[in-house]
Each structure stands twice: as C-alpha cells, then as structure tokens.
Design a protein around this ligand. Sequence first.
Ligand SMILES: *Cc1c(COP(=O)(O)O)cnc(C)c1O
Length: 397
Amino acid sequence: MTETFSGSFTQQEPIPDEAIEAALAVLRHGRLHRYNLARGEQGETALLEQEFAAQTGARYCLAVASGGYALATALRAVGVGPGDAVLTNAFTLAPVPGAIASVGARPVFVGVTESLTIDLDDLEAKAGMARVLMLSHMRGHLCDMDRLMQICDDAGITVIEDCAHTMGAAWNGVSSGRQGAVGCYSCQTYKHVNSGEGGLLVTDDEEIAARAVMMSGSYMLYERHLAAPGPEVFERIKYHTPNISGRMDNLRAAILRPQLRALDAQVARWNERYQRIEAGLRGTPGLTVIERPEAETYVGSSIQFLLLDWAADKVQEVLRRCIARGVELKWFGTPEPVGFTSRYDSWRYAESAPMPASDRVLAGIVDMRVPLTFSLEDCDLIARIIRAEVGAVWQNG
Ligand SMILES: *Cc1c(COP(=O)(O)O)cnc(C)c1O
C-alpha cells in the first residue's frame, strides 16, 4: 500500500480564544486606530510594543503594517537613500530586495553557503561596497553571528536584521534581531504569530526609534507610545522626518499580544515537529540534511534539505512524486519564480553578477513548511514519503 498525506501545508492554527476575546473588545469599543484612546487608556498597539520590547530585551519597539514596511522603515531610519548600495542575501524572499528598491537603493547580493546562511567570506570581500547590510535570516538559519558582527563592525557597516523567520530564535542566547542596529519581524499569517498582516521593529538607538515612529505615521502623537524615546529626541528629528503612514491598528495588536505570550511554547511545538521530520530524513542517500549549529536556537516552522548536484529534471521528478502523495515541496532551483520562491537573478530590477557557488546551492535547496496543524504522526509520514521518493529517483540514477 502506498501511503499518502492529506493535510494542508498552508493551514495554520486558529487564533486563540483569548486573542479573539481581545479583538472583540476592541471591535465593541470601536477605537481601532492606535491613537484613538479613551482618557487614561493605554491602547493595544502601545502595549504590544511595550511587551515585545521586554520580550526581546530591546529599549524601543514599533508596531507597523507589515514586515516589509518594517524593513523599508529601518533602511530609511538608518539613513539609506536613493542610489545607495545595500548588501543583502542572494538567498531570501522578494520583500527583502523589494524593501531596498522601495527606498531607491540598490541591493548588492552576498552568496549563500551549504548551511543556507550568508557566505561570510563573500561578505568580507564585499564589505567595502556598502554602509548597510540587510541580513535576512532566511528560513530561520542563523549564520555565525559573532563573525558577522565582527566583519560589519570592522567595516563600519550598520546591520538591519530581517527576522521574518526567526521570531523566537536566538544566537548564543541573544534574541534574533538584537545583534544588529535594528531587528524587523513579520506578523503575517505564514510567520510565527498571525495577525494576517503586521510587522514589528526593535532597536536600542533612540534616533532610529524616533525616526521610525515619525515615519510610521505618528503625526505629533508620539507621546502616546510606551516603547519610544522621550519627547526631547523627537524634538531633534520631527521637522525633518516625513510621515509615510504604515501604522499597526489596535485590532491586530489585540490579536498578537496573547500569541506573543505563547511564543516559547509554540516554538517548542514547531521544533518537535521539525526534529521528527529531520530524524526521518537523515541518512537518505543523495539527500543532505542541514546541520544546525549548537549556538543557534531555531524555530522549525519550515524545513530545508539539499539535493546537491542533482540534475534539474531529477529534482523536479522528486517534487512531482511527492506532490502526488500529498507532500508539497518548494524548490529554489527553478529558473522561473513560482509562488513564494524566487532568487537573486529573478529580481531583474536589481543588477547582479553570476554567483556560481551560490547557484549550485540554490539549485539544490528543497523547502517545506511545517504548520502546527501537523501532528507528530503526520511528520513521520511526510518524512517516510520524501525518503521513499528521493530514494526511488536516486536509485534510477
Ligand atoms: C514574509 C517575509 C518578509 C516580509 O514580511 P511581510 O509581513 O509579508 O511584509 C520579509 N522577509 C522574509 C524572508 C519573509 O519571509
């Protein structure tokens, strides 16, 4: 009998009851705009910012409309403007080079290693080319952050961290997003907390924080924030900082606060699932499991493996055979961008030189979501299916 899997790779868990209750309370009082407060009231958005700052150990936090908006705001807040070069990962998702392009800047792509992290030798070689690195912790893989920060500090490069896949992750116990000058997170449905859309930005730098708050659309209401710098900092920047509205609203914030309180427990559940799949895949001939460094606390909300140096038609055959059994895999080697997958040479608005070593890795990356709606038995079954189909194609040469 051939086993098949019938679950959905895009079905997340329902919004927790506590979050639904909080959302209903906001709907009932009607003050959805973050600055629409009753006398003495602390709004859901301001409270969310205060709580996420505490959770990550950041001095300042700003909630915004999306992760991509947080990235673009961070770039503007550190002074990136039209024509500037910004270093970033060749292996990431489209909103990252998109944020750079949205401020008129120019991405300079840095390669990817077989660990699926940024190639630090390539970064070192390109360090003189830009003043800012937008570092994407793509698919939750953290590079050697100590070496990365050393390279960037030595070269005077400001680091903005894209933590869309690392909310809840850490390097040597330091929360992801806290090594660079700014950390940016996404609260979109497919990430680690779900408000449909939404983003968070954290920093310890008072001027970056004040500029980000003004840009997000605070008008002169910044004193209603609970995780922003004091008014004296806004006095210095308020006449020179444009309003580029992208605020979060109280409804989304209300949905997010209980989810953030549950984040650590959810991370543990993701990792149980990830580890079951990883254990099931380990030792499959032709398939390379991505080893996780000891310093990394990761969030296994997706899993990747490499079919390194496989012919394209063989990888495609694996994908076809797996989907026929209900297992949806994504491949970063496809020349045409499909769904969420695209690669540095798909973004034709940005110039790029060929990167053969990275192309070899990209051509082998297979990716799969691990939603929490999967049971541990589902994970075992999925691993058995992948193992069998990779094995079948591998054996046929
Ligand atoms: C989702 C995502 C973003 C952007 O988040 P949005 O909230 O969708 O704008 C940025 N970087 C990566 C790697 C992502 O996956």
